[in-house]
Design a protein around this ligand. Structure first.
Ligand code: ADP
Length: 351
């Protein structure tokens, strides 16, 4: 889970470090700063007093006190003044310097609020893209579990046009799958009615045979069992490529490196190594899908890769339809897909 976006109150998130969007005095304020100080207790302010403030874009660490984290990393975001005052570079530095400090402190996990996007007025969508860019650059070279914690759902949205397109797509497909299931039900009922008649005929025939055949040898079922076992074994051993074999083959075919693939899939290196070394590894559906997206598979290829792990995509599930929408539109940006999943209250992929 290298980079994930969740909705929560950051003071409730356990991580080695949580980041505070502080002001330059480091002596507490409103918003997330106030919430962190309230949850950590007065010792946090006492330690902050010893730090001598902090400049915009820089970061300083304290202990976490009563918070469920070892450290609080205080960073000062830029005030948004329309974008022409170096705001982007300064905000980028907040993430970069906080991550570097967390690494220095030996942290394996860190949680950020959306710095500057409250009272300081940085537009939320742009603030998220700065966060995502800075975090992914850091993760290209380092290992850490990074979480961006959003407080309000509105912070992480997709355009209303995309939202409407996905909603229309889901509605259409739901309607089609309802029609399909109605006609399948009708066909099923027809089949069952026929089946009842066939069963009745078969039962009468069996009763007739049983009367003729009462002394049949008891050995026969056992022999059949041994033969069935042998053929089941050969059937199993002749089974298809596993998920892991398919994935590695697809990576080769596309001329990608392992690292390019797992980063694009937002999957962490350790999980990827597990999949690589265990030929029978069965991933979660979200993981398998993240690889399909990273490899930019078309719909049939996605179904085929999913099937290796025992999954499919159904037109009756909202999650599956959202994924299908993006694949059919050849839109393979995992962060955009996750934003859409988030907007529709679905589990995210790849993390
Ligand atoms: P800034 O002054 O840097 O804009 P704010 O605290 O006003 O800082 O807001 C930064 C972001 O933190 C905003 O997106 C706000 O919604 C969010 N936020 C406020 N309280 C919390 C909290 N308890 N947990 C996580 N995020 C929070």
């Amino acid at each position: 889970m290298p980079f994930s976006i969740i909705r929560n109150d950051i003071t409730k998130v356990s991580a080695d470090a949580i980041v505070n969007a502080a002001n330059s005095s480091l002596l507490g304020g409103g918003g997330v700063d106030g919430a962190i100080h309230r949850a950590a207790g007065p010792e946090l302010l006492a330690e902050c007093r010893t730090l001598g403030g902090c400049r915009t874009g820089e970061a300083k660490a304290t202990k976490g006190y009563r918070l469920p984290c070892k450290y609080v990393i205080h960073t000062v975001g830029p005030v948004w003044e329309g974008g022409g005052k170096d705001e982007r570079r300064l905000l980028y530095s907040c993430y970069k310097n906080s991550l570097a400090l967390a690494l220095e402190l030996g942290c394996e996990s860190i949680a950020f609020p959306l710095i500057s996007a409250g009272v300081y007025g940085y537009p939320k969508a742009e603030a998220i893209s700065v966060a995502a860019e800075a975090v992914s650059e850091f993760l290209d070279a380092n290992e850490m579990e990074v979480t961006l914690v959003l407080f309000d759902k509105a912070a992480y949205t997709i355009s209303s046009e995309l939202y409407q397109n996905i909603t229309a797509y889901i509605d259409d497909k739901y309607a089609e799958s309802r029609d399909d299931s109605k006609s399948r039900l009708a066909a099923g009922n027809r089949f069952l009615r026929g089946f009842d008649r066939r069963l009745f005929k078969a039962k009468s025939a069996m009763a007739d045979e049983a009367l003729e055949d009462q002394a049949a040898p008891a050995m026969e079922p056992m022999l059949m069992g041994a033969a069935a076992n042998a053929s089941l074994e050969s059937y199993i051993s002749a089974r298809d490529e596993s998920f892991s074999q398919s994935l590695l083959r697809l990576i080769d075919e596309r001329g990608l490196t392992d690292a390019q693939t797992y980063r694009k899939a937002n999957i962490d290196r350790k999980l990827f190594s597990k999949i690589r070394s265990d030929v029978n590894y069965k991933p979660k559906k979200q993981t398998a899908l993240a690889f399909a997206i990273a490899l930019e598979l078309d719909f049939d290829e996605t179904l085929s890769l999913l099937s290796k792990a025992g999954y499919t995509l159904s037109d009756s599930l909202k999650f599956d339809l959202i994924i299908k929408y993006f694949i059919q539109n050849k839109s393979y940006d995992i962060f955009e897909i996750n934003r859409a999943l988030f907007a529709f209250d679905q589990t995210l992929i790849g993390c």
